[in-house]
Design a binder for this molecule. Structure first.
Ligand code: NAP
Length: 495
C-alpha cells in the first residue's frame, strides 16, 4: 500500500490529498486551469505519483491579477486590528493542523517528519509575528531643517504582489512572504514550486477558514513559470515581486521585473562556510554542524556547504562528524524514526553524485557515505569527505544534500579569506570560545547572517537575507520583512 492510500480524510491529522489538489485557488474559488492539463506531484521516497494539480496558463494568471486587484481596495481599508486578528487566526489554525501539514510536507518534499514539524512551527510563527506587526505600522513627522514646512511620511501598502517560492520549505517560504504582505495591506498571487504544490493549497484552505477574504491570496501552479509569471509582472497593477529560489532564476526575474520597474525582494542561493577554530567546544561544534548540515537533509539555502576546520581540532572534528553522520537513519520522510529523507528529485541526486565524484577525483577521502544507493526513491546517504581540495566544484556550488566536505586551515585570516571566496553571502557559522575573535570574524565574513556558536540562524523575529549573489532585501525581523511590502509616501505641508 502506498503512503497516499494509507491517508484518509477520516483522520483529521492526516492530509486529504484530493482536497489539497482540488484546483487553482483564484478569487476564493477552487478552479481547473484553462488548459485542463494537470501536473504530477511525485513522492520522492518511491518515485510514485501522490496527486495531480492544475497546470495554470496565462489566462489563469490574468484571472489571478484581476482577483487580487478587485480585493485590494477593501483589504487595504480593513482596519489593522481586524487584519491582525485574521493573521492570528491563520497562526492558530496552522498550529491546530500541524500534524496534517507536517505529514503533507513530508510526503511531497520527502523531508523527515521531525524537520517538517519544525517547518510548520516556523511557518506559522510568521503569522503570529505579523499579526503583532500589523498594528504597529507607524509613520514619521518632522520639521524640515529650513523650518518652512513639516514632513509627514506615511507607509502605504505597495500594491499587488507576486510571490514565487521554492520546494525546500513549501510552507515557510510562502508564509514568510504572505503574512507580512497581508499585514501591510497588500493582496498577493503565490506561485509555489511545482514539486510541492499541495502544501500551498492546504494552507490556502486554512487562510480561507481563518477569514482571509476572497481574492486577497491567490495560488497558481504551473509547469510554464516563465510566461505565467511574466504575464503577472507585465500587468501595471502589480507592484512587487518577492522571490525565493536559485540565483540563476532570480537573475532572470530581476531582468523581467526591470522592464516594468517593479520593486524586488530576492532570497537566493547560498554557500555557507562553517568555521571551527582550535579553541571551539568540540561537542557544541559537532551538535551545531549536524543542525547546520542536516536540517532538511541538507536541502536548505542556509545549509553548511563548506566546513573549514583549524589544524589542531581537525581530526577530532572529522571523526566526530563522520560518527554522527553515519549513525543517521535514512528512509521515507513520513516514518517516525527517519533522520534523513530522500532528496527532492532524481536530478538532485545526480547533481550530488557529480559533485562528490568530482571531489573524490581531486583527492577527497570518503569518511562515510559517498555513493547513491540503487533502487526506488531519490536517496543519498549522509556523507563526510575529508581532505577536500579548494578546487573542487562543491567549494563553489550549493550541494543541497547531506554531504559535508571538510577543508583544513591554519590562521584566522586564512579562514576569513576562504569563507569569503564565493559569490554567495547568505549565512555563515563560526565556532570559537574566544568571544572577541568570534565577533571579529563575524564582522569580517561577507554574509547577511552569522551563527556564532550556534547551528541555526532562522528566526521570524530576525532579518533573514543575504548579500552578494544571495539576494536583495530581508524577510522577517522587527520592521524589515513588512517594510518590503510598503511604500513611503512623503507629504510636505506648512501650518
Ligand atoms: P528555483 O529553480 O529557482 O525555483 C524557485 C521557484 O521559481 C519555483 O517556484 C520555480 O517554479 C520558479 N521558477 C523557475 N523558473 C522560473 C522562471 N523562468 N520564471 C519564474 N519562475 C520560475 O529554485 P528551487 O530549486 O526551487 O530551490 C532551491 C534554491 O532556492 C536554492 O538555490 C536555495 O538556496 C534557494 N533558496 C533560498 C532561500 C533564501 O531564503 N535565500 C530559501 C530557500 C531556498 P517551478 O518549480 O515550476 O520550476
Amino acid at each position: 500500500m502506498t503512503i497516499a492510500q494509507q491517508i484518509t480524510p477520516a483522520n483529521r491529522h492526516l492530509p486529504d490529498l484530493n482536497a489539497a489538489a482540488r484546483g487553482l485557488y483564484i478569487d476564493g474559488q477552487w478552479r481547473p486551469s484553462h488548459s485542463g492539463r494537470q501536473i504530477d506531484v511525485v513522492d520522492p521516497s518511491t518515485g510514485g505519483i501522490l496527486a495531480t494539480v492544475p497546470d495554470a496558463t496565462i489566462e489563469d494568471a490574468r484571472a489571478s491579477v484581476d482577483a487580487a486587484a478587485a480585493a485590494a481596495p477593501s483589504w487595504r481599508a480593513t482596519p489593522p486590528r481586524k487584519r491582525s486578528e485574521i493573521l492570528r487566526r491563520c497562526f492558530e489554525l496552522m498550529i491546530d493542523r500541524s500534524d496534517m501539514l507536517a505529514t503533507l510536507i513530508s510526503m511531497e518534499n520527502g523531508k523527515a517528519l521531525r524537520d517538517a514539524r519544525g517547518e510548520v512551527a516556523y511557518a506559522a510563527e510568521f503569522f503570529r509575528w505579523n499579526a503583532e506587526e500589523a498594528v504597529r505600522i507607524s509613520g514619521e513627522f518632522a520639521i524640515a531643517p529650513s523650518g518652512t514646512n513639516r514632513i509627514i511620511v506615511d507607509y502605504q501598502p505597495i500594491g499587488i504582489c507576486l510571490l514565487i517560492t521554492p520546494w525546500n520549505f513549501p510552507a515557510a517560504m510562502a508564509t514568510r512572504k504572505i503574512a507580512p504582505a497581508l499585514a501591510a495591506g497588500c493582496t498577493v498571487i503565490l506561485k509555489p514550486a511545482s514539486e510541492t504544490p499541495l502544501t500551498a493549497y492546504a494552507l490556502a484552505a486554512i487562510y480561507e477558514e481563518a477569514g482571509v477574504p476572497k481574492g486577497v491570496v491567490n495560488v497558481l501552479t504551473t509547469t510554464n513559470p516563465g510566461p505565467v509569471t511574466s504575464t503577472v509582472l507585465a500587468d501595471p497593477r502589480v507592484r512587487k515581486l518577492s522571490f525565493t529560489g536559485s540565483t540563476g532564476v532570480g537573475r532572470q526575474l530581476l531582468a523581467e521585473a526591470s522592464k516594468h520597474v517593479i520593486s524586488c525582494s530576492m532570497e537566493l542561493g547560498g554557500n555557507a562556510p562553517f568555521v571551527v577554530f582550535d579553541d571551539a567546544d568540540l561537542d557544541a561544534a559537532l551538535d551545531g554542524a549536524m543542525i547546520a548540515k542536516m536540517r532538511n537533509a541538507g536541502e536548505a539555502c542556509t545549509a553548511a556547504n563548506r566546513f573549514y576546520v583549524q589544524s589542531r581540532i581537525h581530526d577530532a572534528f572529522a571523526k566526530g562528524l563522520s560518527d554522527r553522520m553515519s549513525a543517521l537513519k535514512v528512509g521515507s520522510g513520513v516514518e517516525a524514526d527517519t533522520d534523513c529523507g530522500p532528496m527532492i528529485t532524481r536530478k538532485a541526486v545526480d547533481k550530488i553524485s557529480r559533485l562528490v565524484d568530482d571531489a573524490k577525483g581531486k583527492g577527497a577521502r570518503v569518511l562515510c557515505g559517498g555513493e547513491a544507493p540503487s533502487g526506488s526513491g531519490f536517496f543519498y546517504p549522509p556523507t563526510v569527505l575529508a581532505n577536500v581540495s579548494a578546487e573542487s566544484e562543491m567549494a563553489e556550488e550549493e550541494i543541497f544534500g547531506p554531504v559535508a566536505p571538510i577543508y583544513r586551515f591554519e590562521t584566522e585570516q586564512e579562514a576569513i579569506d576562504l569563507a569569503n571566496d564565493t559569490e554567495y553571502g547568505l549565512a555563515a557559522y563560526v565556532y570559537t570560545r574566544d568571544l572577541a575573535r568570534g565577533l571579529r570574524v563575524s564582522s569580517a565574513i561577507e554574509a547577511g547572517m552569522i551563527a556564532l556558536n550556534r547551528g541555526l540562524v532562522s528566526d521570524p523575529a530576525a532579518p533573514f537575507g543575504g548579500v552578494k549573489q544571495s539576494g536583495l532585501g530581508r524577510e522577517g525581523g522587527q520592521h524589515h520583512g513588512i517594510a518590503e511590502f510598503m511604500e513611503a509616501k512623503y507629504i510636505a505641508t506648512s501650518f
